[in-house]
Unconditional design. Structure first.
Length: 382
């Protein structure tokens, strides 16, 4: 059975629909080509902008790297875990190698603390200051090391010149201080030349000569300590052990004078850096001053505290106190209110404190007692 013939009208309609669809597809293809061309142009522009920005950032990075290398200060960048991620030549010069990839805690061991807060001694003998800033964006830390070797040397030299200047100002007082015991010693020595001097008087005059000569020796030693002023020796000392040593020396003397002596130690585990002999001598001087001014029944307290990166040795007594007019002068060389004093004790105490990067403070109320605070930078005990 044959198929029926196609209706010409249906064929015409089908061709018409096909033609319309073809035109629509052609237009859509043309639109798509235009969009692709537009996108290609936009992408080329974007790529050019990105390339320009990359080149600018690359140039900026090179400039920053050049500046970092040229910086006279040492720069160390730490990762979040404390590993050294980046350093500059100045840091390598101060800290040595290796550095990159090392744990900062181990690198830090190459720095020895000094008596000046935030200053360290390097293995190469240089002196540097260390400061740190957090890097929140990276979770790490930026360390800045400055070489202060020359500045420290200038500070030491300036302090020495200041002490020598003070020596010039008090030279006349020193001459007077030396003349009096020397003249007395010569007078007693002249008596020893008398031919008919009995043995008892000879021994008495000889004893007087020795006393005056010892006084001269003590005066000269104090003067040398004041002039020198440096903190000879660099060892880490336990503040608590130093306080207990002072207590063992002074407690029997306080008891013999009828004074109550109390120790309060709140610095366990904290140390100070410096000369044991110089620090002990300065602190004993403060305690001996309290011993000399107090009367039986009075009380002397030694307190050791640690706070804010400092250690304070506080000597408090319930003695007569210091008059307001004298309070401003007690640290002046040769100023003394005692007939047998040299006037150098407190001047030496202040000199020792400053040589160790510290200070001395005093408070006093006449009739109620005095408090001396010998403050030093704190360091961690090994």
């Amino acid at each position: 059975m044959s198929e029926p013939p196609l209706d010409p009208r249906e064929l015409t309609q089908a061709f018409s629909l096909f033609s319309v669809a073809s035109e629509q597809l052609a237009r859509a293809y043309a639109d798509l080509k235009r969009q692709v061309a537009d996108l290609t142009r936009e992408l080329a522009v974007a790529n050019g902008e990105l390339k320009r920005q990359y080149e600018e950032k690359e140039a900026l990075s090179e400039r920053l790297a050049g500046l970092l290398d040229a910086l006279p200060a040492g720069v160390v960048v730490l990762e979040a875990g404390g590993r050294v991620a980046q350093v500059n030549p100045a840091a390598r010069e101060l800290l040595g190698e290796p550095l990159l990839g090392e744990d900062w805690g181990q690198v830090r061991e190459r720095l020895a603390p000094t008596s000046t807060p935030d200053e360290w001694q390097t293995l190469g003998g240089r002196r540097g200051s260390l400061s740190a800033r957090a890097l929140p964006a990276f979770g790490g830390e930026l360390l800045l090391l400055n070489d202060v070797t020359q500045a420290h040397a200038l500070r030491v030299e300036l302090a020495r010149h200041q002490r020598l200047s003070a020596m010039g100002e008090v030279a006349a007082r020193l001459a007077h201080q030396l003349r009096t015991p020397l003249a007395t010693a010569l007078l007693y020595a002249s008596h020893l030349n008398r031919g008919q001097l009995d043995e008892a008087d000879r021994l008495r005059f000889a004893q007087k000569v020795r006393e005056r000569l010892r006084h001269l020796e003590h005066l000269i030693q104090d003067m040398l300590l004041f002039v020198r002023g440096e903190a000879a020796g660099r060892e880490t000392l336990s503040a608590s052990h130093l306080a207990r040593d002072l207590t063992q020396v002074m407690e029997p003397q306080m008891a013999a004078r009828g004074l109550a002596f109390l120790l309060r130690d709140e610095a366990e585990g904290t140390g100070v850096l410096g000369s044991r002999d110089a620090l002990a001598s300065a602190l004993l001087s403060l305690l001996e001053n309290a011993l000399q001014v107090c009367r039986p029944g009075d009380e002397v307290r030694l307190a050791v505290t640690a706070a804010g990166g400092e250690v304070a040795f506080e000597v408090r007594d319930t003695g007569p106190g210091i008059e307001a007019g004298n309070l401003e002068r007690i640290f002046e060389p040769f100023f003394t209110t005692r007939s047998d004093g040299t006037g150098l004790g407190l001047a030496i105490v202040r000199s020792v404190a400053e040589a160790h990067g510290g200070r001395v403070e005093v408070e006093s109320v006449p009739g109620q007692g005095s408090t001396f605070r010998f403050v030093l930078p704190a360091v961690a005990l090994n």
